[in-house]
Design a protein around this ligand. Structure first.
Ligand SMILES: [Zn+2]
Length: 151
């Protein structure tokens, strides 16, 4: 019985779902992103800037595929959740799995919900509650934070 104890301990730990429901954080030093990204991508993802409306790469992209994080390649949004919001920024009604996290942004005298990549903390955009059904949410995302992979 004594010999079996380590085995049982292992079993208990591996059967907890905690590791499956959370994305492991992996945030690199600033110098890494500065080298990897363009100036605009860096300003948006690491310094919470916002690109100009109708100026980004993906606001009018209607192809089928997956939008990934420009910093760490994590899958973030499916093209079938993208909708035409008329804002000039790529807009989605929801995100993939638990790959996007939310925090409160108090800059510019407003209270907004900022959204970022769950793995590398890249700033993506903001979420508003005027989106279409079924979620009623509008994830307003900078093209500069995204890469697109055709399916
Ligand atoms: Zn990321």
């Amino acid at each position: 019985m004594k010999k079996l104890l380590p085995f049982f301990t292992l079993l208990v730990f591996s059967s907890t779902s905690w590791s499956q429901t959370r994305v492991q954080k992996d945030v690199k030093p600033d110098s890494y992103y500065k080298q990897k990204l363009t100036d605009e991508q860096y300003r948006v993802t690491r310094q919470h800037d916002t690109e100009r409306a109708f100026a980004g790469k993906y606001w009018d992209n209607k192809s089928t595929g997956v939008y990934t994080c420009i910093c760490c390649d994590l899958d973030l949004f499916e093209s079938n959740t993208k909708f035409n919001s008329g804002t000039g920024w790529p807009s989605y009604s929801t995100y993939i799995g638990n790959h996007v996290e939310k925090s409160t942004d108090r800059s510019f005298g407003m209270m907004r919900d900022e959204v970022h990549c769950a793995r590398c903390n890249a700033h993506l955009g903001h979420v508003f509650d005027d989106g279409p059904n079924p979620t009623g949410l509008r994830y307003c995302i900078n093209s500069a934070s995204l890469n697109f992979k055709l399916k």
